[in-house]
Design a protein around this ligand. Structure first.
Ligand code: CAO
Length: 270
């Protein structure tokens, strides 16, 4: 029986079409842009040029699916915005993203297939990672960069919040080591500080999943027979369907929601 399952899976893997072999035809337009008015041709920023190969590879070779969900972060936000410095009494600025990093790590521990790579799928191999290096997509004037918060499982929320500021500044000032863009577990791409709710993030190859975070909004939610005002965080989880099934992704989102929900302090401390 086990052999049947193995044969079935390997036959599917072997027969899967290799999309890289299909070269799309380059569309040549009958007209040029300048036929319609004044134009200007500029050099593409170097980081965008480099990233484009990775993005095209991910988009064309990984069967992406995105599950959307919302986490109720009302209590977490009340706590986060109430934090003050013990000595000065001033409000402590901790980004919600630091809590999300910790919540993600807790879910990765429960769902190890999200912390894997299948860059050797032709040989039927899956690399399981025993480390928790969370990638963070950073918007810079040079293009998007994805440095890692290394060993996020061993770091406190306020430490991660500080580190996020440091690494994003390093990226924006081109002061980061190239190696920091490699060796990740899973990536978070947050548009929460800018706006928007749900989107379809592209997996950062060779990872197998990416979590998109939108802007938290207060909403009327029907709970126990009445509407209550709650702070809801949009989540967009894209995953590689070769290794992760939809049901597993829905369970992963449920777990993330638990970790960010009203028992967040307990969930993130363990
Ligand atoms: N919902 C509501 N508010 C949020 C939020 C969320 N999900 N996430 C952050 N915020 C708030 C923060 O609390 C902060 O508010 P205050 O100034 O009042 O304290 C404000 O938004 C600014 O946040 P930020 O974006 O500067 O910082 P961050 O820690 O949330 O994010 C970083 C850091 C590096 C992820 C971010 O600067 C960035 O580059 N984001 C863009 C990433 C991107 O481009 N992704 C797309 C990739 S796909 O093309």
């Amino acid at each position: 029986m086990e052999d049947d399952v193995k044969n079935f899976i390997s036959s599917k893997i072997n027969k899967a079409p290799d999309k890289t072999e299909v070269q799309p035809k380059k569309i040549v337009s009958e007209y040029s842009h300048s036929d319609f008015g004044e134009i200007e041709v500029k050099d593409m920023p170097r980081v965008k040029k480099l990233a484009s190969t990775y993005l095209v590879n991910s988009w064309t070779t990984i069967p992406h699916v995105t599950n959307h969900d919302e986490a109720d972060i009302t209590e977490m936000e009340d706590f986060r915005t109430s934090l003050t410095d013990m000595y000065t009494g001033e409000r402590k600025k901790i980004t919600p993203l630091a809590f999300i990093v910790k919540a993600l790590v807790a879910s990765l521990k429960k769902f190890p297939s999200f912390n894997s790579s299948i860059d050797d799928i032709e040989n039927g191999k899956i690399t399981m990672k025993n480390y928790f290096h969370v990638g963070i997509a950073v918007d810079t004037p040079h293009g998007l960069m994805v440095p890692k918060i290394r060993n996020a499982d061993n770091k406190s929320i306020s430490y991660i919040s500080n580190e996020l500021k440091i690494v994003s500044d390093q990226c924006r000032n081109l002061k980061i080591d190239k190696k920091e863009f490699f060796g990740g577990s899973m990536t978070i791409t947050s548009l929460g500080g800018i706006g928007g709710s749900f989107f379809t993030p592209i997996i950062n190859y060779p990872e197998v999943a990416i979590l998109g975070v939108g802007k938290a909004q207060k909403k009327q939610i029907f709970i126990n027979g009445k509407f209550e005002t709650r702070t809801m965080l949009p989540l967009s989880l894209s995953y590689d369907h070769r290794i992760i099934d939809g049901a597993e992704a829905a369970r992963f989102n449920n777990d993330l929601k638990e970790n960010l929900g009203k028992n967040f302090a307990y969930k993130l401390a363990v």
